[in-house]
Design a protein around this ligand. Structure first.
Ligand code: HEC
Ligand code: HEC
Ligand code: HEC
Ligand code: HEC
Length: 118
């Protein structure tokens, strides 16, 4: 489940994160997962380009407003590619040597995500 460079792509992320039937412990759709964060404290390693840090997550943190000279107004950006905001090293790679893949810090059994490893 990888792109040409061996690293996972947005489609790989969505193969699990958009599949609540196979991964019921996600609990919520990916859109809801993000929107339930509104009002909670900001963790800055996960941020889209042009995000302006504040205290808590608000719409404009994840959907920054940028000036568009063509329309002489602000456009609110809609990022959907996970990897624009989630740095690849925080969501991929093996668990050994204290890897930075946060999936491996959740304490679930391997079989929740990997069929062959139990
Ligand atoms: C094999 C299935 C699978 C793949 C592939 C996958 N995830 Fe996950 N991910 C999960 C599951 C299951 C959880 C746990 C959900 C929970 O506890 O709510 C999770 C949790 C997360 C978390 C939250 C971790 C935390 O600290 O709470 C983030 C962020 C995340 N995934 C992003 C990604 C991104 C980005 C990708 C693509 C590079 C990706 N995931 C690929 C299944 C997957
Ligand atoms: C923590 C980041 C985050 C915050 C805060 C946030 N969003 Fe989002 N929003 C996202 C992401 C990521 C997506 C795309 C999810 C996907 O495609 O799976 C999204 C999608 C959307 C969509 C499209 C929904 C759909 O069904 O496709 C709308 C509309 C939206 N956001 C509006 C808002 C509004 C309004 C707020 C403030 C109340 C807000 N967002 C706050 C991250 C966020
Ligand atoms: C616009 C930026 C943005 C995009 C695009 C985005 N995320 Fe996130 N995501 C965030 C932020 C900010 C957080 C909160 C900080 C954190 O937990 O890293 C978050 C948190 C999460 C969480 C944990 C939610 C929780 O309950 O704590 C999961 C799971 C997740 N993202 C998965 C994904 C997946 C999968 C995609 C792509 C399909 C994606 N994200 C796209 C910004 C984004
Ligand atoms: C919550 C989901 C989740 C759990 C639980 C989990 N992993 Fe992973 N694991 C992932 C994701 C997502 C990747 C990134 C896949 C990639 O890089 O293509 C990954 C990558 C890996 C990799 C490197 C890439 C590969 O497929 O060879 C290894 C090895 C691995 N996991 C082993 C384990 C072991 C062993 C356990 C149990 C101790 C475990 N994982 C538990 C989600 C999980």
């Amino acid at each position: 489940m990888t792109g040409g460079d061996g690293l996972p792509t947005e489609a790989d992320c969505r193969s699990c994160h958009d599949n609540l039937v196979e991964f019921p412990l996600l609990g919520e759709t990916n859109v809801n997962k993000h929107h339930l964060l509104v009002g909670s404290q900001i963790i800055l390693t996960t941020a889209p380009p042009d995000a302006e840090p504040g205290e808590v997550y608000e719409c404009l943190f994840c959907h920054p407003a940028v000036w568009d000279p063509v329309i002489s107004g602000y456009t609110v950006l809609m990022f959907r590619d996970c990897l624009v905001c989630h740095p690849i090293e925080t969501v991929s790679g093996p668990p050994r040597m204290q890897g930075s893949n946060r999936h491996h810090k959740l304490g679930y059994s391997c079989s929740v995500c990997h069929e062959q490893r139990r």
